[in-house]
Design a protein around this ligand. Structure first.
Ligand code: NAD
Length: 323
């Protein structure tokens, strides 16, 4: 078990409220730090809604018979160990337990972990870390949930390079329960390990990202994938259904890029594309930053090491995975 017990989430927006609720659901002592009375007014309804979302999810899970059913919420219970009454009790306890605090010094006075989940504005995050640095006790580990700003952009502001890293969640964390744990150059191994352990303790699947990478693991794959699919159709190469079929039938994946676009929402997709169009050249540097240059030599060497060991894939009983 990690030594983390007291958790402070800075920012009570979409993700901050989810992280706080999920940590409280798993028994942690949780405080959300908010900057104003107005923020409390916006955060409280999010917590009210989360309580109902958990109740509804628990109700649906009573009828689910497979762990891969989309209604199965891995953040709420382990498949095969689902006890609806216990989950309802934990939800009620989480709802009653999350504290909202406006005084930052008071909020973090005895914090083991501070999770920064404020709006994605570099200057504001930087100012926040500078304000926070002198208030935290020496033991506190500090993580950022930033999706697009690299943790190293703020290392110097935090005043604790060894105890600072990224812990990145996906939206709807009670269901899409991955947590990407990403070190910056100065993060210590014990801090990294403690955050990996904490992520497991709040029922996330922790995924190590051992060095800084824009887009972490998921978006490094997903964004180029979605953009490549869109480009095929936009250039008249093929149609959405065929692109999705190529991907799904060719790999066994459950959804193609256009089905994912439908989930994300076409307005959001449109806004993203429009943003790139208005700022010429933005997309290319982003893609360059997100996609590492191909290293065919290393790719071949890796594959050969498996082949030489007789690990040919599913057909031989083992490839990258064991079957
Ligand atoms: N929304 C997502 O799907 C998602 C997924 C993973 C990570 N993230 C990351 O999580 C973070 C928060 O995103 P969100 O979607 O919850 O945003 P949001 O806009 O819903 O919430 C932002 C919160 O930050 C607070 N805030 C803004 N500026 C502040 C300041 N100067 N001082 C104190 N509080 C301030 C707001 O009051 C609000 O509570 C971002 O870094 C984002 O990249 C978001």
């Amino acid at each position: 078990m990690s030594e983390i017990r007291k958790v402070v989430v800075a920012g009570g927006g979409v993700l901050g409220s989810q992280i706080a609720f999920q940590a409280a659901y798993c028994g942690f002592d949780v405080t959300i730090w908010l900057r104003s009375q107005g923020s409390i007014g916006r955060c409280q309804p999010k917590l009210d809604k989360l309580k109902n979302t958990y109740f509804e999810a628990i109700e649906k899970m009573k009828t689910v018979t497979s762990p891969v059913d989309p209604d199965w919420c891995r953040g709420i219970a382990e498949f095969g160990k689902f006890d609806a009454d216990a989950c309802i009790a934990a939800t009620e306890k989480a709802y009653a337990g999350v504290k909202l605090e406006l005084d930052l010094a008071k909020a973090v006075a005895d914090a083991d972990l501070v999770i920064e989940s404020m709006a994605e504005v570099q200057e504001e995050k930087s100012a926040f870390f500078k304000m926070l640095a002198p208030l935290m006790p020496a033991k506190t580990i500090l993580v950022t949930n930033s999706s697009s700003l690299l943790p190293s952009s703020f290392t110097k502001d935090t005043g604790r390079p060894a105890k600072y890293l990224a812990l990145h969640f996906a939206n709807s964390i009670w269901k899409q329960n991955i947590a990407e744990v990403m070190a910056q150059a100065e993060t210590s191994q014990p801090s990294f390990d403690a955050v990996m352990e904490f992520a497991s303790e709040i029922r996330m699947i922790p995924l190590p990202v051992n060095k800084e990478k824009a887009g972490y693991l998921l978006n490094s794959l997903l964004i180029p994938f979605l953009i490549s699919g869109l480009d095929l159709v936009a250039n008249g190469v093929s149609d959405p259904e065929s692109v999705d079929k190529a991907w799904k039938l060719g790999t066994g994946a459950p959804r193609g890029p256009f089905e994912i676009f439908d989930v994300v929402g076409l307005t959001t997709a449109f806004n993203i594309v429009e943003k790139y169009q208005k700022v010429p050249g933005l997309l290319n540097p982003l893609l360059k930053k997100m996609m590492m240059p191909y290293n065919f030599k290393a790719q071949k060497a890796l594959l050969k090491s498996y082949i030489d060991a007789g690990k040919l894939g599913r057909s031989s009983g083992e490839g990258f995975y064991k079957y």
